[in-house]
Design a protein around this ligand. Structure first.
Ligand code: GUN
Ligand code: FE
Length: 476
């Protein structure tokens, strides 16, 4: 993905990865030129696999690699609730299902088991970078950070801050304790790396980072919001995530709890929580003014369409956000959403944009005079894939590190083997690509990629790489 509207399909490409980073990429290389091209780059192809701790991987002619997917919003301890709670909207769903489940994460053995599954399944679904909410317990958030690092996923890990509107058995004792635990998690995650990486790496930058996670305004007293705002100010580089403007009742309650604020967004602004590196999940009901505030602060939006449909929260106006120049990524929001991974979010983002496009009245255009490229229009494939990769990377302040294949970036990638799952069985009665011209193969690749985005499943992702290491996939 080179921009919101551009996707490049490289055929006969050669990618050289060293120490987890892409060193060079050559395209349109014939098999007969392989030796010449590698030699030009000072590489001894023959000697590679024998003399180095290295691999020469040649893809089957139908296979392809693409950048790893970025999930900008999910809740690891809600994994066991996946698919449950169809009858609820947000606030009841939290009380009936979500808080009781998350409360179980004082049991660290249970946490270890669940988190190991979550991280493994997210990797296998192609999520190479993930922004996680843990429960409110700092002890189990540390377990999640350990598991993520051991499994080799790139991640942000935060413990929820919440000291009101939750049951007694799942409520933090005081604002001070909540802030103190958050501080403790930040130091713990900093100390985890790089020296304690479970594998050898010359790359000193951390793979797992802490993220400050006020659950949402309704679960934090003003004291706690104040304390967290101060913590954020003292940690200018730390990431922040929260929920914003998800459900209409939630919005009403929030405005009642913070009567001095004119909008939900203003609550977070007031406490200094909006800045570059803040991930705001949902943003279904934002006004134009709120979008402007978010844009001014450099915060980004995690679009969670499956969750927004499932909890009947509503349809976020992603097209309008993009026309305003806001940063948008995708979030699975397990278990508000019932589908792990980023591809289901891409599919539902597409469906939602089509639904908004066919509505007879165009509320965005009428109310706000939008006539932009994306507002109330179906999101094109390059835009959808941008949201799944580069958009997410920008939200996580990783746009210089991951999100697409450029020399200097780290190699987070999926090796896709089309035809492994039955839906994605492509070559019924068709010739294999051998013998086709390069342009014919490029056209074919484009078609295969579109099918990958819409009908594949985990079985089609054979290998998943993070920082050049194989960390998952159906054939790991
Ligand atoms: N708002 C506050 N907590 C949550 C949560 O766990 N999931 C969702 N979707 N919204 C929330
Ligand atoms: Fe959420």
């Amino acid at each position: 993905s080179t921009s919101l509207t551009q996707l490049q399909y490289l055929v006969d490409a050669l990618v050289y990865v060293s120490d987890g980073s892409i060193v060079w990429i050559e395209t349109d290389v014939d098999g007969s030129q392989l030796q010449e091209v590698t030699t030009r780059h000072g590489l001894d192809l023959e000697g590679l696999s024998t003399t180095h701790d290295a691999d020469f991987v040649q893809l089957d002619e139908r296979d392809f690699i693409c950048p790893g997917l970025i999930d900008t919003h999910t809740h690891a301890p809600q994994y066991p609730n996946l698919g449950l709670g169809q009858e609820y909207e947000l606030l009841d769903w939290l009380q009936q299902l979500t808080f009781p489940r998350e409360a179980k994460f004082t049991d660290l053995e249970y946490a270890q088991k669940v988190y190991d599954q979550v991280v493994k399944r997210n990797l296998n679904a192609g999520t190479t970078t993930c922004s996680y909410y843990a429960s409110q317990h700092v002890s189990s958030a540390k377990v999640l950070a350990d598991v993520v690092l051991e499994r080799g996923q790139r991640a942000l890990v935060g413990k929820c801050n919440m000291n009101r509107n939750c049951p007694d058995y799942y409520c933090e004792a005081s604002p001070e304790a909540s802030v103190e635990d958050t501080r403790a998690l930040i130091s713990y995650i900093r100390d985890l790396q790089p020296s304690k990486l479970p594998w050898k790496s010359a790359n000193p930058s951390p793979l797992v980072q802490a993220i400050i996670t006020p659950r949402f305004a309704l679960s934090c007293t003003s004291d706690l919001m104040q304390g967290l705002g101060e913590l954020m100010a003292s940690e200018p580089d730390v990431h922040i995530q929260t929920h914003l403007s998800e459900n209409r009742t939630e919005i009403q309650e929030t405005l009642r709890s913070f009567p001095e604020c004119k909008s939900y967004t203003e609550v977070y602004e007031k406490y200094g929580m909006l800045r570059n590196g803040t991930i705001l999940a949902h943003c279904v009901w934002l006004t134009e003014k709120e979008m402007d505030v978010i844009k001014r602060t450099g915060a980004g939006i995690s679009h969670c369409p499956t969750s927004n449909f499932n909890l009947m929260s509503g349809g976020a106006r992603v097209g309008a956000m993009l026309d305003k120049g806001l940063n948008v990524g995708l979030g699975s929001d397990c278990s508000g959403g019932f589908a792990l991974g980023v591809l289901p979010q891409l599919r539902n983002a597409s469906m939602l944009s089509k639904m908004l496009a066919i509505q007879p009245e165009k509320p965005n255009e009428q109310a706000n005079g939008h006539t932009g490229q994306f507002t109330d229009k179906p999101l094109p494939i390059p835009t959808l894939f941008y949201l799944a990769t580069m958009g997410g990377a920008a939200l996580c302040k990783m746009a210089d590190t991951v999100g697409n294949f450029l020399p200097g970036k780290e190699f987070d990638a999926l090796h896709v083997t089309p035809g492994t799952s039955p839906n994605f069985f492509l070559d019924v009665g068709e010739d294999r690509p051998a013998g086709q011209t390069r342009e014919e193969r490029r056209t074919k690749l484009k078609e295969t990629f579109e099918r990958f985005l819409f009908v594949s499943d985990d079985r089609d992702i054979a290998h998943v790489y993070v920082r050049g290491r194989k960390v998952g996939g159906a054939k790991q």
